[in-house]
Design a protein around this ligand. Structure first.
Ligand code: SF4
Ligand code: SF4
Length: 293
């Protein structure tokens, strides 16, 4: 069985078949490197961490999920933190959707590695979990602070623990990251991000109306090679757009050529691996479908 993207590599070269993957790794590493430089080298482009930071010593940026938990715990954040939260919500709500997951989150390379290794080892057995589970965990992480007065989830949040470990060298949480890796590798395909992580669920919710979307103008060229399904962290979102139901009278597709599902992380791996150039970056109002020759 060919690795997903191998036809793309043959036709358009290795770089083109990995361009967005490389850009995402650069983005994830650069953000961590800037935080590290802000904490240890006195370079103040970006100070703090993913929960709360200061860009160019001026612009506050706050994780709105942490803020929501803080508010639920009965603590009122400083005005600058609230402004920072609104800026981040505005960005993801209008532009980025759930792109936090694939362009910022430091756990993403760990779960991508587990998914890659799963494919390499041919591990197909997966435990079925409901994709709704993450929304229940999200609800619990916001309800618990109401009763305890603590932002309980942040004590065990692997995303926060890993980024603090990488920036400040604090070692708590490494075993949790190892557990996520093993869970994704052996128990459930894309188990953590697709089924459990409440941060991903949170960004899915605030990205419901976001503008930037993956579009499928070339969907008529899709030859069912399944490469995009193999690399997509949320493969259930692809079929309704690639194989839309047709109106029985007119034959027109009933679904616009846009991945409108807010669980899409804009990771762009589908663009990378598709040898038929089916996918593109576009916006949620896209209607264009290229004709086959
Ligand atoms: S789902 Fe959670 S752990 Fe996975 S990439 Fe998104 S924020 Fe990170
Ligand atoms: S549809 Fe494409 S961009 Fe969206 S999550 Fe799947 S592979 Fe990533």
């Amino acid at each position: 069985m060919n690795a997903p993207g191998s036809r793309m590599v043959e036709r358009q070269g290795w770089w083109k078949a990995h361009r967005f993957l490389l850009l995402r790794r650069i983005s994830q590493l650069s953000i961590l490197a800037l935080f590290f430089a802000g904490s240890h080298l006195g370079i103040t482009l970006l100070q703090g961490n993913l929960s709360s930071s200061l860009l160019l010593e001026t612009v506050p940026l706050s994780d709105p999920f942490v803020l929501a938990q803080l508010l639920a715990s009965g603590h009122w954040p400083e005005l600058s933190a609230l402004i920072g939260g609104l800026l981040v919500i505005g960005f993801y709500a209008l532009v980025g959707g759930r792109s936090y997951c694939s362009w910022v989150c430091p756990v993403n390379p760990v779960t991508d590695l587990a998914a890659w290794l799963r494919r390499k080892l041919g591990l197909v057995k997966t435990t079925q979990l409901s994709p709704q589970l993450r929304y229940w965990i999200l609800a619990c992480s916001l309800i618990l602070p109401l009763f305890t007065g603590y932002i309980v989830w942040e004590l065990v949040n692997p995303v926060s623990l890993l980024q603090r470990g990488l920036i400040f060298g604090i070692s708590a949480g490494w075993s949790l990251i190892a557990a996520i890796f093993l869970f994704d590798l052996f128990i459930t395909q894309r188990g953590w991000c697709r089924h459990l992580c409440p941060m991903g669920a949170f960004y899915s919710l605030i990205g419901k109306v976001s503008l930037v979307r993956i579009t499928t103008p070339g969907r008529q060229r899709c030859d069912d090679c399944m490469d995009c399904y193999k690399v997509c962290p949320e493969p259930q979102i692809l079929k309704p757009v690639l194989k839309p139901n047709k109106d029985p009278l007119t034959g027109a597709a009933e679904t616009a050529p846009v991945i409108i599902a807010s669980t899409c992380t804009n990771c762009s791996r589908c663009i990378d691996v598709c040898a038929e150039d089916v996918f593109k970056f576009g916006n949620r109002f896209a209607t264009e479908v290229e004709r086959t020759q």
